[in-house]
Write a protein that binds this ligand. Structure first.
Ligand SMILES: [Zn+2]
Length: 443
């Protein structure tokens, strides 16, 4: 049923009332016109091909309203690695002189020759096969257009405003975050974003439990009523082992965007919970939960993350590399110092990142890659968190560690206003689902 509600939500939500009204309105209009001759009683019912004057009048009328079709033909090129505008021009059999006069028209606000692989470039031709327009498509919402008129080119940016709709999704985790998210209708990217938002407070490899829940409020972007892409996650609540974690997206006065809890404390902590690219191990995710061969094992004083060889390993926090080299059974190992009290260790690496001993590294920069060097039965990251010389579970020590950022007092009132609405909508979504669920189980 929850699924059905979500689906209904997805069906009803994206279209604003006005569209539906217009649609219903035009349907009524058409049926009235079709019915008109019969109601009027004047039509000749014997004729096999009875003309419906009003309807043909209507189609006649719409014809006047249809914009004339552009008379130019469009051919699209997809930018490949190593492509340049001149290469695309030769693929299109266009003269270099056209390219020359076009690049002459470039200015600091609008360039056409800096292409990125994966972009499409639309060549629009006149009926005599001369180039009329060239469009570099950056996104469905942004194109750089070069247009020719009277022999000279002008280049400009064209933006389209997305129609943004806000949706909610709610899921209970049965086997994996990904399956639950997919059931709730979320895209893989949106699920990864959710995992990133909570990456400093929840270890998504080891700490997810069956029965964990999340509610998420997010944007969906449309153009002309057509879904184009998912937008930002505006707010979320993740309940992990009964503990609630609220996240609200907030842009501060300086324009920095972050996620904060209900008290304005940043979710971005001094240390990552799982210091490796979760995206790469997500496929193994449900397996690692069902077969907890990894995890914290005692007297083994660290956490093991099974992951494919080559998975990037991140610096868990800002700090300095104090060791980079083999270290007995640990194999290839990196040790980092973060201030005076915290040391982190990353073992069994297949190879190192670009940083050397003595260098400063920022959180989430790649310091090495998962491997199986030293005494290791298979590719995994062995991670240790040492606080004042003692091995600790990063989760239990989390609250004692310095926070990366809290909102200053001057912003709290503004934050509370924005967050209040979003948190209320999360609550409403949750109780709305619970009510719907109760009405089914207790009719
Ligand atoms: Zn280990």
């Amino acid at each position: 049923m929850r699924n059905l509600i979500n689906r209904l939500d997805a069906i009803c939500h994206p279209f604003p009332g006005i569209h539906v009204l217009v649609l219903v309105g035009s349907l009524l209009f058409i049926s009235a016109l079709v019915a008109w001759p019969a109601v009027g009683g004047t039509a000749d019912r014997t004729g096999g091909s009875m003309p419906i004057p009003a309807l043909s009048m209507w189609t006649e009328r719409t014809k006047d309203h249809v914009e004339p079709k552009p008379r130019f033909e469009t051919r699209t090129e997809r930018v490949q690695e190593g492509d340049s505008l001149s290469r695309l021009f030769s693929r299109q059999n266009l003269e270099t002189q056209v390219l020359h006069s076009l690049t002459q028209a470039e200015n600091s606000q609008a360039q056409i020759s800096q292409l990125k692989p994966g972009q499409s470039v639309e060549f629009r031709y006149n009926s005599d096969n001369t180039l009329k327009e060239l469009a570099v498509v950056h996104s469905p919402f942004h194109q750089t257009i070069a247009a020719q008129s009277d022999g000279s080119w002008t280049i400009s940016q064209r933006y389209r405003e997305a129609e943004i709709y806000i949706e909610h999704a709610r899921a209970t985790i049965d086997s994996s975050l990904f399956l639950a998210g997919a059931h709730a209708g979320l895209s893989d990217n949106l699920i990864m974003e959710l995992a990133d938002i909570y990456g400093h407070v929840i270890d998504f490899v080891h700490e997810i439990r069956k029965g964990d829940q999340f509610v998420v409020t997010f944007e969906k972007r449309y153009l002309d009523g057509e879904f184009v892409e998912y937008g930002n996650i505006l707010a979320a609540e993740f309940i992990n082992s009964g503990e609630s974690f609220i996240a609200v997206r907030y842009e501060d006065i300086k324009g920095d965007i972050g996620y904060y809890d209900q008290n304005g404390v940043s979710l971005r902590k001094a240390f990552l919970r799982a210091p490796l690219n979760f995206r790469r191990i997500s496929s193994n995710f449900s397996h690692s939960r069902k077969h907890p061969v990894t995890g914290v094992r005692r007297p083994h004083r660290g956490t093991d993350y099974a992951a494919p060889t080559g998975t990037p390993v991140y610096a868990a926090g800002d700090g300095k590399i104090v060791h980079r080299g083999t270290k007995g059974g640990y194999g290839k190992t990196i040790v980092m110092k973060h201030g005076s009290s915290v040391t982190t260790l990353y073992a069994h690496l297949s190879r190192y990142g670009k940083f050397r001993t003595g260098q400063k590294v920022k959180q989430r920069q790649v310091i090495g890659y998962v491997g199986s060097t030293g005494l290791s039965t298979g590719p995994h990251l062995h991670y240790e968190f040492i606080f004042n010389g003692v091995h600790r579970n990063p989760r239990t020590i989390l609250n004692k560690l310095p926070k990366a950022k809290s909102l200053p007092k001057s912003e709290i009132a503004r934050y509370r206003r924005i967050a209040g609405t979003l948190i209320a909508s999360l609550d409403a979504q949750r109780s709305h689902d619970e009510l719907a669920f109760q009405s089914i189980t207790n009719p």
